[in-house]
Design a protein around this ligand. Structure first.
Ligand SMILES: NC(=O)C1=CN([C@@H]2O[C@H](COP(=O)(O)OP(=O)(O)OC[C@H]3O[C@@H](n4cnc5c(N)ncnc54)[C@H](O)[C@@H]3O)[C@@H](O)[C@H]2O)C=CC1
Ligand SMILES: O=C(O)[C@@H]1CCC=N1
Length: 279
């Protein structure tokens, strides 16, 4: 079931380990909910990223772990899978009492438990539309996380858009391949549609506008409609018409099959990341 958080939550002190794209998307949601910057501690070694956090959110990020982390009741891990283990080493001693939320692709909660010394972990797979409050996040909680912990995570992630819980942790690799990486697929299609528009004589700006509005409108129509995507597609596709010409070519070229195969590559890569960087 897909949900959005609507209730106002009093957030406890929160620490972010890593202050890049995903951390900023989640922080943006918190700031929109009027969480004061003083409630948020960020560990971010990269100076340019710390400057961006100050400019965007008024947050004074720290370059390395300190005992300031002891106050945090919730720790959000927003580092690359490759950096997780190294990032956890100086942080773990301060944060064993806290609830942990990891957004790292592939990295299992068993790995995170080993590095943080606690099993109170929720693993999440958000996506970048969270930056504009339109995110879609898959969530998995270990049994050690109680109802209050889950409610806190729902409030945090709900501030960035929608979420859905999965029962099996491995399903987060599917979520990663679908909605986590998915914005990049949309942007690739936008690039191709814009190029086609330019090739047919439209300006780049006009083509891009048409392409973006088409994705947004198509998605909104699908979200509001009780009809399946297949039926909605058929409604656009007059027999012998223009859409028919395009869709027939895509099907002859096995575009849907290639697309599904590509997404299975993303799922496979998530499992490889766990193998490569989870030990
Ligand atoms: N970008 C995306 O679309 C999505 C990313 N994710 C996951 O989010 C995580 C972060 O990705 P992004 O925000 O895109 O990357 P990013 O590169 O923008 O942010 C990672 C930040 O971690 C910092 N960092 C590196 N070593 C550190 C350390 N030892 N301690 C603290 N911070 C450290 C880096 O300086 C950087 O600012 C990744 O694990 C990724 O799998 C999940 C869903 C979507
Ligand atoms: O490409 C990645 O590994 C991350 C996870 C999902 C989106 N970006």
């Amino acid at each position: 079931m897909s949900q959005t958080n609507t209730s106002q939550t009093a957030f406890p002190p929160i620490a972010f380990i890593g202050g890049g794209n995903m951390a900023s998307a989640i922080m943006g949601g918190l700031i929109r909910q009027c969480v004061p910057a003083s409630n948020i501690t960020v560990i971010e070694p990269f100076e340019a990223a710390r400057t961006a956090l100050k400019t965007n959110f008024g947050i004074d990020a720290l370059p390395a772990a300190t005992d300031a982390l002891q106050n945090a009741q919730l720790v959000v891990w927003a580092v690359k899978p490759q950096s997780f283990k190294e990032a956890a080493a100086p942080v773990a001693a301060y944060t064993r009492h806290a609830l942990h939320l990891s957004v790292a692709a592939g990295i299992t909660t068993d790995s995170v438990a080993g590095w943080t010394g606690t099993g109170r972990i929720v693993r999440a797979m958000p996506n970048t539309p969270a930056l504009v409050g339109k995110g879609m996040t898959g969530l998995f909680a270990r049994p050690e996380v109680d109802a209050a912990g889950k409610a806190l995570i729902e409030a945090l992630i709900g501030s960035t858009g929608e979420f859905t819980w999965v029962d099996k942790e491995e399903h987060l690799d599917a979520v990663t391949a679908l909605s986590g990486s998915g914005p990049a697929y949309v942007f690739l299609f936008l690039e191709a549609m814009t190029q086609a528009g330019v090739d047919m004589g439209l300006s780049e700006a006009q083509s891009y506008k048409l392409a973006v509005a088409t994705f947004a409108g198509g998605s909104d129509l699908a979200a509001r409609s009780s009809e399946s995507a297949e039926v909605l597609r058929q409604r656009v596709t007059s027999k012998g018409g223009t859409t028919y010409a395009a869709i027939t070519h895509m099907q002859e070229q096995k575009l849907p099959e290639h697309f599904i195969e590509a997404m299975r590559k993303a799922e496979k890569r998530a499992k490889e990341l766990a193998e490569e960087f989870g030990k």
